[in-house]
Design a protein around this ligand. Structure first.
Ligand SMILES: [Zn+2]
Length: 192
């Protein structure tokens, strides 16, 4: 068994040994949802004070309002009753370090893990790669506050999202652990 697999399964055995939350209802008890980045430094349960059963946490690269993130948010309110949403991007996000063209080029070059240095991303070139990356919008980030505003606006304006749900826009600071509001995003996400 891989060392990592072993570690995960033994951590889970410990978690399950004194688990006492088997009777929680499916709908989130605190009736809210968070859309945030998958970055390993972010722990929404800790930075937002969540316990099991409290809230929906939807994560993807960048915390972007992709079609699939919106699919989850629509299920979150329509079937499971959430009433307030947060879009939380963060400082030093990896999504700021590349563009669609860069990602597509790296993938076309090989499927090995790329490396990064001061001059940017580099691929081993060991091939074979794939041009399938050309068909994906990688939803990269050029300017973090702008991306939060755009994502809140996209969710706000989506025909399947009701006007009464407030959407708050924040950036989590990986240096301080603080959530900093992006007032323009929260204004864009105001209920209407
Ligand atoms: Zn990120």
């Amino acid at each position: 068994m891989s060392k990592l697999l072993n570690e995960v399964l033994s951590a889970n055995a410990q978690y399950a040994a004194d688990f006492d939350k088997g009777d929680l209802p499916m709908p989130p008890g605190r009736q809210f949802a968070v859309l945030t980045c998958m970055d390993a430094r972010l722990d929404p349960a800790k930075y937002a004070g969540l316990a099991e059963g409290d809230a929906h946490v939807i994560r993807n690269a960048g915390g972007r309002a992709s079609d699939d993130a919106i699919r989850s948010l629509v299920i979150s309110y329509k079937l499971l009753g959430t009433r307030e949403w947060f879009v939380i991007h963060h400082t030093n996000c990896g999504m700021e370090t590349f563009t669609d063209d860069i990602m597509r080029g790296l993938l076309a070059s090989s499927l090995q893990t790329a490396s990064v240095d001061a001059s940017g991303w580099h691929d081993s070139g060991a091939g074979p790669g794939s041009t399938e990356g050309n068909y994906i919008d990688w939803l990269t980030i050029k300017d973090n506050p702008t991306s939060v505003v755009e994502d809140v606006q996209r969710i706000r304006n989506h025909p399947l999202v009701p006007g009464h749900i407030p959407i708050y826009g924040y950036i989590y600071d990986v240096k301080t652990g603080k959530l900093e509001e992006i007032p323009e995003a929260t204004a864009a996400g105001k209920p209407r």
